[in-house]
Structures are given as structure tokens and as C-alpha cells.
Design a protein around this ligand. Structure first.
Ligand code: DGJ
Length: 742
């Protein structure tokens, strides 16, 4: 982002004891005491109180003149806690869940933050304004910078803090959340995500009562299988797709996280979000600064749809790595070959992938190992030499073969992990996460490498680098991670710093990514973690996409992708057509239904193409052609959900509209028998220009009774009446392309 410092509003309130902050006394003007951060439609408002506390007043609809907040009378009795702060610290009069909790070097348990100054920087040609508000403890030399960044067009704010210890000795950080957000409404309906392996991102709504509800992860590495560090919070009424005030939140952190929702005795919802303090006391040395990850917030005035569109716009412009680059369609070898392949299997798959029009081939697990060849998941992980028996001419031969067929080439690695039965584990037992004298549990027969150790970071970088050196034709890496942390312990960290493990592991991973991105800025890297174990915005700063789930069943994907797409844009959602019965669910769905589902994300296939019939291959070929026609709309367009699968009718419909509203694509699915009720299945469209005429083309037609091909219909009609493909039978689906008619 190009940057410019636009203002420096420095307000010195009264003499402070901390010489290193070099502060002087000054009177504060009313203007300086109001901090009204704005985007196109929103305001986030804070004021500096007479007691120098930074109070938080408002996040929501835009308020141009926020000065009346200066005279707002407190609604709390002072002896029952204070009004909401902008960043709530433990101590003083506060008794609510605090964002920051510190034991100072002299044992003092209190922190009372007061405002010192704030400054603003304009970035990204003026679309982004970053405000850094400096605070410090009333007594102890502790500096806290609250950094709030406003993204104007996207209606997004991000928050993070930098905590600097200016004391002579170390302090202990117990809570170090990225943000504290107080919200005031009559009722709070929290929509969050839950799941497990093959069942990621299912969504559920709960009415928040008094007390605390948290969403969190304490497992490390695969942090998003069970819950996701994101939420959609509907104010006053249950979540509606198109109406109502709704807050969306997502944390960009690939380690343990925790988001707490505390409805307090004043009916205020206090949200604290950030790294999970679980077993993570952080000893901050004198002079050291602790940086938290970013918490992302948006506020929609038109329901859940607005939250998704804001987050997607922001993510594509500012967070997802290389979001503008076209994602190639691909064939992945995993479900088609697993560990059972040789060179011929792979070259045949490449031939078939080229025949049906795919653009990349990805060689999954099973290509490496020397003393312990990786012919199953029990051995060889960590030994990144090509198995000569399987692939005698190596990776370069395959990558060149793919290129000759017009395909890009990708390859699988899992560099953070090791099988006990491997040369790596034999040579470097001290690199394994473990606690001396305790058993080291395996998951999928593997252990985790200790990324807190810089030597291990070098090794992991080296794995990536060496694999890339196998061929200059490698343009995609699938980075997998198939276990989480158990029996936590690091041989590298000193005994009194073991609690730093959880944070240092993730920071170690980010160090490796930084090095990789310096050297390989263009390679497409998928984040996979037993499917959707790493679906969050921290990882997406380095990865172009995620593997959404190991469950490729199109029916299950309705729910998994509905949830994922609520927060993350379609271009990051790896979505593949596989065989039936599906290997995970055993469910049987028609090929069209599987294609129609996979085409609503980043499209790929994951099967043995030689097992497709000629008819199926022809269908696949034409569907892949169709995908290339609609890909830019799915990747970069505005998402409108039309029917939620949670409505309970066995229907799901969504659409993407290009930014200029000239093109749109509509996906409609039926996954329960509808009988004669299909006349009520109106698929009223959204986001179109009512004044435009659209030509409707049905894509992926697999039988003669198609539903309205090549008609020209007004946007007005499509918005008010819609399309009705009359889906009736289980797993019928329809896909429409709308193009402005000349
Ligand atoms: C788990 C991944 O999610 C799968 O897609 C596949 O890559 C396997 N690991 C390979 O071991």
C-alpha cells in the first residue's frame, strides 16, 4: 500500500512519569478529544474522557458529528465498573472480561490505560486510514498502541495492539487480545461455526444470554476444524440474509484463538477477540514489544449478505495473497490414486486432465521417502527425496510432461510434520514437539516439528525450497498439515518459557512463509490441514486458497461451502468433483450436481479420469469450458445468497454478480425431494440492474427439459419474479449465466 501521513493529532493530557515517552502537559481541545473513524457508511467513535480514559461509544451507522458524545452522561454507577473503554485492561475499577491483563514487574496486578496521543496515516491512495492511538498505564511504564485501520470502500475496520514493556524488568502478559468491542442492542444473535474433520464450517445461531460464550481453539496447527475464528452477529433480531444490522468479525491468526462474548449486567455485549491466552503466559522482556494479530470487523445495514460482501471485497483487495491472479482449474491425484501410483499412472492422469480441458495437475501425497518409502501414511514423512521405484525420471520429468500437454504442475508437501518411522525422526529427535519423559502421541502416525526452533524453521523453508528446485515448472504447492499439538513441549524453549510455545510456533510458521514469499512470490500455495483445518485470514495472507474439506460429497459441500463463503470469498474455496459413491460419505449424487456444486468455488477434480465413461468425459469437458466462462464472476463478483440450506426445505441457491452488473451466475440446488411444491421455489435474484436486459443461458444441461435457455429478460423481472427451474427430484440442480443483452 502506498502511504502518506495525513495528520498528527497529538494531545498531551497531563504530566506523565514515563520519560521515554517524553510527554508534556497540554490542554486538550474538544476537537482532539473525539476520535470519529469513518468508512463510506460506518463510524467507529471514541472519546477521551476528562479522566483521560479512552471511551468507546459507537460502531455502526455513520455519524458525522460525534461531539455530543463528549457530554454524554455515564449510565453506569462508577462503583459498578466504568463505561466501555476502547481497549479494556484488567485492574482499577474494571471487573469485566478484559482484553489486556498484566502482572507488572513489581507484582502490581492493575493496568489502567489512559490516552496519550493519536496519529493517522493515509494508505492505498486514500482508501485506507490507519489510526494509531497511544495509551499507557496510569502508573507503570507500559505503552499500548491501539491500531485501528479503516477501509473506506469496503466498510471494514481492523484492530490490533502493540504492547511495549518500558519497565526495567520483565512483565507477564496473561490476556493480550487484539481488540475489545462493546456493542449495545436489545438482543444479540450470535452465528458461529462448528464442525469436525469432513464437517467443517457448519453454522449455528444462539441468542446470547447474560454471561460468557466463547468460540476458541486450543489445539494449535489445525485450528479451524472444530470452530472458526469468525462470527456473524445479528442485532435485535435473528439473522436475516437481506435485512437488519449485523456485525461480522474474523481474526487473522493461525494459532490458538479465542473470541469471548460477554453480556454484562448493563446488557452490553463485550467482545474480546484475539490469541487464546490458554496456557500462554507471555513474559515480555524490558524494552520488548508484543504484537497481536488483526481482528477484522464489518457492520452491515442489510443483513448477512452485506457482511459477506464487505469481507470478501476487503479480503480480495487487502488480505488474500495474490487475489487478482486467475486460479487454474486442476486435477488432484489424491482421491484418484492415493498412494498407489507409478509414473504411468500420473502421465495418464495428466493426459486425461488435458483432454477434458483442465489447466493444472497436482501430484498429492506418496511421491517421496528413501529408506522408508511413503507408500502409506505410516512412514517416510520428513524425507523429501523422490521414490525412484515409483517415479524413476523424477518430478522434473512429470512437470515437463504436464507442460507439453499444456498443463501447469503442482505438488504436495507436509513440511511441519514427521513420521516416527523416517530418517528425519531418527536424525533429529530434538526437533519433535514433546515433553521429555512423557509419551509422544501420534496422530495419523505422525509427530509435529517444533517450529519455535529456528533450525526447524530453516528445515521447513529448505523442504519448500528443495522441492521447488526439483523443477522450474512447479507453479503450485499443496501445503498440508495433518495433526494438531498434543503433549506440548519444546526442547528449544527454556523451561521458564514453555508457555511461549503456542504463539512462537505460529510466529515461526509466519517467518518461514515470509522467506518463501520473498523467494517465490508467484507460486500458488494451497493451505490444507486435513481439509479445512486452516481456514482463516492469517494463513490467507500467504496462501492463495484453502482446501475447504476432505469431504468432497456435493451434498455435504452445500453446508460446508455455505458456511465458508459466509466469511471467505469463493476464490479461496478449493472445491472438487470426485466419484460416487463418495469416499467419505458414500453418498451418490449425479455428475451434473457435483459439477454445479464445485463450480461455485475454485473448481477442480479429484478422481481417476480413466474411470469416467465417454459420456461423462464429454459432460466434464463442456462443464469445464462453462466454468472458464463464469470463473471471473465467481472469483471476483458480489455474492448474494438466495435460499439458505438451513431453511429446511432441501434447497440452496446463490448467485454472483460482476461488479459492473453486466453478468451474473445463478446456482440452484435441490437436495430433498420436493414433490409438487416446486412452484413455490421462486429464485428471486439480487444485485442486478433493474434497468438492464439480461440474456439467460442455462449451463451444464444434461437432459432435454432445460428451463428457459436463451431468453432475454429484464433485470426488473428477474429481481421481482426471478427464475424458477422447478427443481423437484433429489439432487437436481440448475446453473444459469446472465449476460447483458445488447
Ligand atoms: C489430507 C488432505 O486433506 C488430503 O487432501 C490429502 O492431501 C491427504 N492429506 C494426503 O495425505
Amino acid at each position: 500500500m502506498n502511504e502518506r501521513k495525513i495528520s498528527l493529532a497529538v494531545v498531551f493530557l497531563f504530566p506523565l512519569l514515563i520519560s521515554s515517552l517524553a510527554m508534556k502537559a497540554k490542554t486538550v481541545s474538544n476537537e482532539d478529544r473525539v476520535i470519529n473513524l469513518q468508512t463510506k457508511d460506518l463510524s467507529m467513535i471514541m472519546t477521551v474522557g476528562k479522566d483521560s480514559t479512552l471511551y468507546f461509544h459507537h460502531f455502526g451507522r455513520k455519524i458525522e458529528d460525534a461531539t455530543p458524545y463528549l457530554d454524554k452522561i455515564s449510565y453506569r454507577r462508577l462503583d459498578y465498573g466504568t463505561d466501555p473503554h476502547a481497549y479494556l485492561a484488567a485492574g482499577g475499577r474494571n471487573y469485566r472480561n478484559s482484553a489486556l491483563r498484566v502482572t507488572h514487574s513489581d507484582g502490581d496486578l492493575n493496568t489502567e490505560l489512559i490516552y496519550v496521543q493519536h496519529e493517522q496515516q493515509e494508505l492505498s491512495g486514500g482508501n485506507v486510514v490507519m489510526t494509531t492511538i497511544t495509551m499507557q498505564d496510569r502508573k507503570q511504564p507500559l505503552k499500548v498502541e491501539l491500531v485501528v485501520t479503516a477501509y473506506r470502500e469496503e466498510n471494514v475496520f481492523t484492530q490490533k495492539v502493540n504492547i511495549t514493556n518500558l519497565q526495567k524488568k520483565e512483565v507477564v502478559l496473561h490476556n493480550f487480545y487484539s481488540s475489545y468491542l462493546p456493542v449495545r442492542a436489545k438482543k444479540y444473535y450470535l452465528n458461529s461455526f462448528y464442525g469436525a474433520w469432513t464437517q467443517e464450517m457448519f453454522m449455528e445461531e444462539s441468542l446470547l444470554n447474560h454471561g460468557v460464550k466463547s468460540i476458541e481453539n486450543q489445539m494449535g496447527v489445525r485450528t479451524t476444524h472444530t470452530e472458526n475464528p469468525s462470527f456473524v452477529l445479528s442485532l435485535d433480531m435473528p439473522l436475516n440474509e437481506h435485512a437488519g444490522d449485523v456485525i461480522g468479525g474474523a481474526l487473522a491468526w493461525s494459532g490458538n484463538y479465542k473470541i469471548n462474548f460477554q453480556v454484562d449486567d448493563f446488557d452490553i455485549l463485550n467482545i474480546t477477540a484475539g490469541m487464546n491466552p490458554y496456557a500462554s503466559e507471555y513474559f515480555l522482556d524490558s524494552g520488548e514489544t508484543f504484537h497481536t494479530p488483526e481482528m477484522i470487523y464489518t457492520y452491515s445495514l442489510n443483513g448477512a449478505g452485506g457482511v459477506s460482501r464487505n469481507l470478501h471485497d476487503w479480503a480480495r483487495r487487502y488480505q488474500v495473497y495474490d487475489a487478482d491472479a486467475t486460479r487454474p482449474t486442476l486435477l488432484n491425484s489424491w482421491e484418484g490414486a492415493y498412494f498407489r501410483f507409478d509414473e504411468k499412472t500420473i502421465t495418464d492422469m495428466i493426459d486425461d486432465a488435458a483432454d477434458i480441458g483442465l489447466e493444472m495437475f497436482v501430484l498429492d501425497d506418496g511421491w517421496f521417502g528413501s529408506k522408508y518409502p511413503r507408500n502409506n501414511d505410516k512412514q517416510g514423512l520428513g524425507d523429501w527425496q523422490v521414490i525412484k521405484d515409483k517415479l524413476p525420471r523424477g518430478i522434473d520429468y512429470l512437470a515437463n510432461y504436464a507442460e507439453e500437454k499444456g498443463l501447469q504442475f503442482g505438488i504436495w508437501i507436509e513440511p511441519e510434520m514427521v513420521n516416527p518411522k523416517s530418517e528425519l525422526a531418527e536424525n533429529h529427535p530434538d526437533w519433535v514437539v514433546k515433553t521429555e519423559g512423557r509419551p509422544i502421541p501420534t496422530i495419523r502416525d505422525q509427530w509435529l516439528l517444533d517450529l519455535t526452533n529456528p533450525e526447524v524453521q530453516d528445515f521447513v523453508f529448505g523442504v519448500f525450497d528443495d522441492v521447488m528446485k526439483q523443477s522450474d515448472k512447479i507453479s503450485y504447492i499443496k501445503w498440508d498439515a495433518n495433526r494438531h499439538v498434543e503433549s506440548v513441549g519444546s526442547a528449544f524453549l527454556p523451561a521458564d518459557r514453555q508457555s511461549h510455545f503456542w504463539i512462537k510456533y505460529t510466529q515461526g510458521l509466519y517467518n518461514v512463509y515470509e522467506r518463501i514469499r520473498m523467494k517465490y512470490p508467484d507460486v500458488l500455495i494451497q493451505a490444507c490441514s486435513s481439509g479445512g483445518g486452516r481456514v482463516e485470514y492469517g494463513i490467507l495472507k500467504y496462501h492463495q486458497e484453502v482446501w475447504t474439506s476432505d469431504n468432497t460429497d456435493a451434498r455435504s459441500r452445500i453446508f460446508i461451502q455455505y458456511g465458508t463463503n459466509m466469511i471467505y470469498p469463493a476464490l479461496v474455496i478449493g472445491s472438487h468433483v470426485s466419484v460416487v459413491p463418495n469416499h467419505q460419505s458414500k453418498n451418490i449424487t449425479p455428475l451434473k450436481f457435483r459439477f454445479d456444486m464445485a463450480m461455485s468455488g475454485r473448481f477442480g477434480m479429484e478422481l481417476q479420469p480413466k474411470n469416467l465413461s465417454e459420456e461423462e468425459k464429454l459432460f466434464a469437458k463442456s462443464a469445464i469450458e462453462n466454468y472458464k466462462r463464469i470463473r471471473d464472476i465467481v472469483m471476483q463478483g458480489d455474492l448474494y445468497r438466495i435460499i439458505s440450506p438451513y431453511e429446511g426445505k432441501g434447497l440452496y441457491a446463490l448467485m454472483y454478480v460482476s461488479k459492473d452488473k453486466k453478468r451474473a451466475v445463478v446456482f440452484d440446488y435441490c437436495f430433498e425431494y420436493q414433490g409438487r411444491t416446486h412452484n413455490s421455489q421462486s429464485v428471486k435474484l439480487f444485485g442486478l440492474d433493474p434497468a438492464k436486459e439480461y440474456k439467460v443461458t442455462e449451463l451444464n444441461v444434461d437432459k432435454s427439459n432445460y428451463w428457459g435457455n436463451n431468453k432475454v429478460v429484464s433485470g426488473e423481472y428477474l429481481i421481482n419474479e426471478g427464475l424458477n427451474p422447478k427443481l423437484e427430484k433429489m439432487y437436481e440442480s440448475a446453473l444459469f449465466l446472465l449476460e447483458e443483452a445488447n
